[in-house]
Write a protein that binds this ligand. Structure first.
Ligand code: F6R
Length: 260
């Protein structure tokens, strides 16, 4: 795993560079899309690069990580709607090429299986953008999630619903209890994982993820099993890391040819 302890510019550019690399290899690259606050600087940087003509996502495809169950069509906090606002509207991707699990399906297990098949049919995810929850969740795989899990229904923890209440007028009761989420096994199938985290409230989860044991109690720790992971964090999120000095040295001596 490569750990970048950086400033605001790293938080925007490393993820955008990874997407740009994937698009250079294949213009129809498949991008895995997280929602929430963490990926927004990456999406804004992609917007900037598209506007300056540096890259195009015209042929790219996108798959959302997760979706709330039961939020009505047109609800501004459906993740499909959030991704449309935060990402699709900013870049030149074809909205028809961006997919999300169907949190309104009558048959949720069938919708999850269909989503897995859609990802497989697309050839898998090239770059998966991720955030991390304060409890160590990735996607909405809460602590206790099987490390081999696939897209399925999950129950959100009270902590996650409280954290996300800021998007629902501060009212935790408006935050759905259930979601559909790509599983940890699904996420680990992506070819390159880029995880972003900022702020002191993420420091404990970041320490567990990078330096703790691989355990279902911290779903993000499963990233230790993946051969190509880039973790981009700010100083506050890095505060608990024992090997912070080593990560900084490694970045300072990163070979120029290496890319992300
Ligand atoms: C959202 C998702 C979640 C978030 C995590 C962090 O699609 O998969 O795992 O990435 O809850 O959220 P923020 O970035 O808002 O702190």
């Amino acid at each position: 795993m490569e750990v970048v302890i950086g400033d605001g510019s790293h938080l925007a550019t490393v993820g955008a560079d990874a997407v740009e690399q994937a698009l250079a290899a294949r213009p129809d690259a498949v991008i895995g899309l997280a929602t929430g606050g963490s990926p927004v600087p990456v999406y804004d940087e992609l917007d900037r690069r598209v506007r300056t003509g540096r890259l195009s996502l015209r042929e790219a495809r996108g798959f959302c990580l997760d979706e709330y169950v039961g939020l009505p069509a047109g609800h501004p906090q459906r993740y499909r709607a959030v991704v449309e606002r935060d990402f699709v509207a900013k870049v030149d991707i074809d909205p028809g090429n961006v997919h999300a699990p169907d949190g309104l399906a009558d048959d949720l297990p069938a919708a999850c299986a269909a989503y897995e098949q859609q990802i497989r049919d697309a050839g898998g995810v090239d770059v998966q953008i991720l955030g991390i929850g304060a409890d160590g969740h990735i996607g909405f795989n809460e602590p206790g999630s099987s490390l081999g899990s696939r897209t399925r229904i999950k129950t959100l923890t009270r902590r996650t619903r409280e954290d996300n209440a800021r998007f629902f007028d501060g009212d935790v009761d408006q935050v759905p209890v259930h979601c559909l989420t790509q599983g940890i096994g699904t996420i680990l199938d992506a070819r390159h994982l880029v995880l972003l985290a900022t702020g002191a409230e993420k420091a404990q989860a970041v320490q567990w993820m990078l330096e703790g044991p691989v355990t279902a109690m911290c779903p993000a720790s499963a990233l230790q099993l993946h051969p190509h992971v880039t973790v981009v964090i700010d100083e506050a999120a890095a505060a608990g890391l024992r090997l912070a000095g080593y990560y900084r040295d490694t970045l300072a001596h990163k070979p120029e040819w290496q890319g992300w």
